[in-house]
Design a protein around this ligand. Sequence first.
Ligand SMILES: Nc1nc2c(ncn2[C@@H]2O[C@H](COP(=O)(O)OP(=O)(O)OP(=O)(O)O)[C@@H](O)[C@H]2O)c(=O)[nH]1
Ligand SMILES: [Mg+2]
Length: 472
Amino acid sequence: MTAPPLDPVRASLDRALHALAALGPEPAAHANRIGAILWSPPRIVVVGRLKAGKSTLVNALVGAAVAETAALEATSVVSVYQDGAPARVEAVLRDGARRPVDTVRGQVVALPVPADEIAYLHRWLPSAAIRDHTLVDTPGLATLTAENEARTRRVLIDGFEQTRTASVDADAAVFLFDSTPRADEVEFLRQLGFTPLTTLGVLSRADGFGEGALGDRDPLDHAAEHAVTLARRLRGTVMTVLPIAGLLAETSHTGALTEADARALADLGALAPLDLIDLLDSDGTDSGEAQVRGRLLDLLGEYGMVHGRAVAARGAAALNDWLVVKSGVPQLRRVLARHLGAFAAVHRAGRIVRELDRLAYTHPAREQIRAIVGALRADPALRTVVLFDHLGAMLDADPASPVTDELRRLLEHPTAAGGLGLPPQATADQVRAEAHRKLSWAQAQQLSTMTAAEDAALVALIHTYGLLARGM
Ligand SMILES: Nc1nc2c(ncn2[C@@H]2O[C@H](COP(=O)(O)OP(=O)(O)OP(=O)(O)O)[C@@H](O)[C@H]2O)c(=O)[nH]1
Ligand SMILES: [Mg+2]
């Protein structure tokens, strides 16, 4: 395996950890522990309502049908999917102890202890798709399954406070909903401590959206339009909302489709859509043909069957390509890599700074450690990490403050012009002038801050605007 490239943020954190290790054997042990966080890939947790399609999407992203979607007890525990060989599963118990778990083709057959005693299942499989970030599948949230919710909560929120060994420190979230999310789901997400920059909304089951496969409107187009509306409405919670047809994604990304499937689907091409659905509805499982259609329905859903027949005539590869495009996963992968993954890495870097902060308060060598953290916070390479940390604090303290908006814009836009709210074609002079204007604004704000978080955030903003005003 190749080591991840040493970006400037990691390089600075690595230097700080080396400085910590140089203070003696005991600080060196802390440096090693914190270093393990630095060098493991960020963790992205998939959360959402019961049966929203979380495990199906995880399978698509991992590229193998490993996450159980049938009603097995394994669907009621948190699973962490990490790139690694050999493929294996360990149950991490609530006291941190680990037990091997039996699997068949990657799926869990039976849990070694009752689900209640398990903090999470740690699962390794060799998959390039999860090399850059580890995926965490969670049991569905629903008032009816308070137990599931308690398990997710315990591992993601409470566990953090209790034994650190039995907790999953997630850095970003994919939040799934198949219609408009409920207020309690949004609240749950807020409690997980993610910011809109580390939360991606997914409108799942897009292939069945609205009137479904037989409606006048294409459900995928309809879902795409609804996703735009939801993104606007949920702006305080998610970075954006993407429509995803997880079933089409799972089938096309796990190699489930065969030439025989494509032929069988193409053979149904002559039926009118309504007649096809009637036929599927009336199918028992006795005849061979009905079984073939049943398999196609499991793989493609009604939408895939009705609309995939023409392309199926060109073979399994063409059908697979069509499913990939319709699934929405290519777009999801782009957002994961460029935005969510990037901010997950920023979140992770922030955690390391906070770990060092904590040491700086409690450790006997606190003076030296404080100097190390101080240098780190002032390091230009960590500017994004520091601003992101302030955004998190502001979202807790005063989400409606203009300071929160300023932080978010600076973080969301990689260019100086964009970060200041100027159009991309703004000249260097215009950028400097706007930075000056914002600098004065921030200094004026300082006279009437409402919270300690705002106080601290303004100091960081003034520093950033100062650099931009000097053309840096
Ligand atoms: N048509 C269609 N069916 C889907 C889609 N995604 C998931 N399903 C089906 O919905 C059912 C539940 O999907 P899961 O992926 O197990 O949902 P989950 O959110 O993991 O469920 P829990 O873990 O039990 O909360 C399965 O039968 C899937 O095949 C989709 O995009 N389209
Ligand atoms: Mg599931």
